[in-house]
Design a protein around this ligand. Structure first.
Ligand SMILES: CC(=O)SCCNC(=O)CCNC(=O)[C@H](O)C(C)(C)COP(=O)(O)OP(=O)(O)OC[C@H]1O[C@@H](n2cnc3c(N)ncnc32)[C@H](O)[C@@H]1OP(=O)(O)O
Length: 284
């Protein structure tokens, strides 16, 4: 993992980048955040450098260090964070939990389906030492659902009344200490079934706009949860190198140190990925 801001940084003037990478990184995050929102038909970005400063989310940024005449080019990002959620388990009981959630995920349009998303995601899994089945997903797009099924065999979700998606195994694999049953709702009051997501917040902001400023281009509330591609990490046009397979297996042991497997995975696809650099950023 290498911080952005070396002489491969993102197309900005190298001397200014060397002296202070933060503004360049912030600009890149803002630009990718806008592109991600557009790709997901969100009315406003949910990822920006300023938002990162006010919460405890972690952002993994992927760049291709060789592109752009050697100055580097941002490829995409993955944002995760812990959220207190009230979820429904398989029996329909409310459970309070605080899983690591995927909050935003984006790879540039022209670079999608080249394995970059997988690189970001598998790096995050190793870094956070978490299994995909134990994570919650904030209103995943159909592309992301397809991605999860293809690479991690995550297909069957447990129905929720909010925008978060969790998959079979989420509750079973979690220890009792991590799950707190919420008492059944009282006759006169509802249990608040979910935490407000960033996406909901964007929609609320939008709702607050007076007519005619409000727009009605919001995407459907719940994305389709079944995708056609069968789970088969070895299929598809971008096949991860076999040496990467252990790191991708759902539930695989990620080991205490996330870095060596990542370095191996980079070497496996040397031509395309050797120039890629990752940054895990958290502005606190
Ligand atoms: C919680 C959230 O963040 S939801 C928002 C998720 N982000 C988006 O929808 C933004 C637009 N999409 C993207 O940025 C990317 O497609 C990502 C981040 C979802 C995946 O990154 P990629 O680099 O494309 O993934 P990668 O190449 O590693 O894996 C490819 C697999 O992802 C899925 N996928 C990627 N693009 C598409 C697409 N256009 N249509 C359908 N499935 C797709 C497929 O399963 C694909 O496998 P296939 O090519 O064999 O069908």
């Amino acid at each position: 993992m290498q911080p952005l801001g070396d002489n491969n940084s993102l197309g900005a003037d190298p001397s200014s980048v060397l002296s202070d990478p933060q503004p360049q990184i912030a600009a890149v995050i803002d630009e990718l955040g806008r592109a991600s929102a557009k790709a997901q038909y969100l009315t406003a970005p949910i990822t920006s450098a300023s938002k990162l400063q006010t919460n405890k989310h972690h952002l993994y940024l992927l760049k291709d260090g060789e592109s752009n005449g050697g100055r580097g080019l941002a490829v995409g990002f993955l944002k995760v964070g812990y959220k207190k959620l009230f979820l429904l388990d398989q029996q329909g009981a409310h459970v309070e939990t605080e899983p690591l959630c995927v909050l935003d995920f984006f790879v540039k349009e022209n670079l999608q389906r080249h394995g970059y998303g997988l690189e970001l995601f598998s790096f995050m899994l190793q870094h956070k030492k978490v299994e995909p089945v134990l994570m919650a997903y904030d209103r995943p797009s159909s592309k992301f659902l397809s991605f999860l099924e293809k690479h991690y065999c995550l297909k069957n979700s447990v129905p929720q009344v909010n925008n978060f998606v969790v998959f079979d195994g989420f509750f079973a694999k979690r220890s009792a200490a991590q799950l707190r049953k919420v008492p059944p709702k009282k006759a006169d009051g509802e249990i608040k079934p979910y935490s407000l997501t960033e996406r909901e917040a964007v929609r609320e902001e939008q709702k607050a706009l007076p007519w005619p400023l409000c727009r009605h281009a919001a995407p459907p509330l719940s994305p389709p949860l079944s995708v056609s591609s069968p789970c088969s990490p070895s299929r598809g046009r971008q096949r991860p190198d076999p040496a990467l397979a252990p790191a991708l297996a759902p539930g695989g042991n990620r080991g205490p140190n996330p870095h060596p497997p990542l370095i191996n995975s980079l070497n496996c696809r040397a031509k395309r990925t050797s120039s890629l650099n990752r940054s895990q950023l958290s502005f606190h």
